[in-house]
Design a protein around this ligand. Sequence first.
Ligand code: C2E
Ligand code: CA
Ligand code: CA
Length: 685
Amino acid sequence: MYSKNAILLVDDEEMVKQRLRDVINDDFEVLDASDGQEALDILAANINKVAVIVLDLIMPIMDGFQFMDEFRRHQEYDNIPVIVATANEDWHSEQKCLEAGVWDFVMKPYNPVLLQFRIRNAIDRSRMIMAERDAVTGLYTKYRFYRAVRTLLLEDTGETFAFVRFDIDRFKMINNFYGIKEGDKVLQSVASELRKIATVFARFAYGRIENDVFGVCLPFKEQNIELLVNALEINLRKVNKDYNIKVSCGVYVINDSTLDVSEIYDRALLAAKSCKGRFVQSIAYYNESMIEDMRHEQFIINEVNRAIEEEQFEVYLQPKINLMTDRSYGAEALVRWNHPEKGMISPGEFIPVYERNGIIGRLDQYMWRHACKLLRKWLDEGRNPNPISVNVSRVNIYNPQLIQIFKKLITEYQIPAELLNLELTESAFMEDQDLIMKTMSNLHQLGFKIMMDDFGSGYSSLNVLKDMEVDYLKVDMKFLQDQEFNGKGEKVLTSVIRMAKWLHLPSIVEGVETLEQVDFLKCIGCEYAQGYYYAKPMTVADYEAFVAGEEAMGVKCSTDENLAIVNELWNTRSNTSRLFDMLETPIAVYEYRHEKIELLRTNTRYESEILFDKRVSEHEHDRRVKAEREMLCEAFARIVRGDFCGPMEYELTDDIWYRVTVRVIGKRADTMIMMVTFYEISEYK
Ligand code: C2E
Ligand code: CA
Ligand code: CA
């Protein structure tokens, strides 16, 4: 709806304004100003109201020309027509007016009929332009731009054109973090840069297609495209120095100009998609294989209904191993698509497609139902099943029905909620945190256990972790992958597991493929592992056989007894661990490696008496930590050398004495785990 209904009269003569009011009062609200400055102020306050400006040229304070200068600086006024009222036919000033962007003229004194006619005319034109121009940037809107492209292609110049489609990376984030205004500023700066670039080329069309998506059609040369993208990026960097704005740009070199512009656009879009998320390359050219990929994607989408109906999707199970016992403790349900013609299709091929298209929500629910069915079957067969974990995609977290769906499933199949664990991917926790906290709390109330999946795969959410009440941490497999292992990955993994322990979160490391990795995980106290070393994802029948095999073999225990104790300690829910925390003696467990010591685990008594003694200053606290470390370093070094190391007496602070004993409780290659016990002996001193 066109809702502008005011006319802004700018004239210093009250008489003239009165006459004008008489002429137009019936149709419009009249706002009036006596000079240019006042007019600008009124305009700023009434931008959505003013349909036309009728402007006098000669006024005090700020005259009509000065007004136009200012007026034109505001892009948001682009669509407001200005009609100048002149007293005499001064052709020179008329030309100046036209240059200044004035639309039309009327002669003073006004002829009412003529004036009304001109006003109508100007408004009609402005409406038309408004429909074709985008309100934020003043650029052509999608279809107007497409028409401009068509016109370019029809001019038979023998030139080859390129269609460029680009958008701003992480634009949503800019809007969310910095506000819509800042987002608009970014869009406007793109528009103004495009206007500048447009002056360089004789043939050039450009427009805003939607949101942060823009299109440009220009004569094709690689340098032209690079020039365009560089100019845009340099200019964008000036808008805000806090974030590095990049564009993702897809190019279709138009070698078939009979295509619809929307098809041309689709090709550029396909190209643009291929450079999303890459850091170095922001320009990608369309090629034929992209169409092939798109067809394949379309096939995957088209087939989904039939596949669900015909139950082509199968549940595979991959055991999770409790590292303390080396036996499985439950499994993750992973989907496999057994297509009647194409055979097995890997989830890597279809999950991302379904995620992009929102279909994943349905597939998830299919998997949940099948997992519940399976649990029901095992319960009916009198087995005592371990939990199955299912994946919950991001879209389902936003599904307002989610809680109901889970509730219904466990009621329908009569299964205890703790048998169905839910894996939520890390990145979902970064989005709407209030929503996810609420959802999790509802799920917890129903009795579900929640795992944060793929931890460490994206923006590491160390900070988020402390606020989120998840029950398990699933650590992404990237830390174990070849080049990372034995290096940085190993160190990061150690700290992640340790941090999880401080938060009393058991962790599951994914992608475990070798014995070496298993030993390492045990040593750093990881509770669970999942990976090809133990078992690949398998059919339900194979999984049942796997579990039966384990049961037949009896409990397989870790060979190193000490390691078993260490592992017990890591498992914050184990009995040993609970006992450890209940002991009235302060105890700390340290790792010692290459003459460096690191605190791994402490019991509650140690924390209250020594580590976090609230009565002492920060300075005193630091001194204690340092002194304790020096003493222990010496003791550990002696033990490693094989020297005897009996109990030591140690003054924590004035007149508070402890007798400290050290025991080696675990060993792997060059790493030793030491348990340090503190007995207070002040009264014997
Ligand atoms: P994910 O949830 O992180 O699942 C673990 C993936 O790692 C699985 O891949 C599994 O087969 C693979 N894997 C397990 N052990 C090892 C190992 O030792 N080495 C290596 N290299 N890989 C290992 P898969 O089954 O191909 O699934 C890939 C991803 O697809 C999953 O990652 C998950 O994000 C998604 N996905 C699979 N099934 C479902 C499902 O039913 N629903 C949803 N929403 N997503 C699913
Ligand atoms: Ca998972
Ligand atoms: Ca995972």
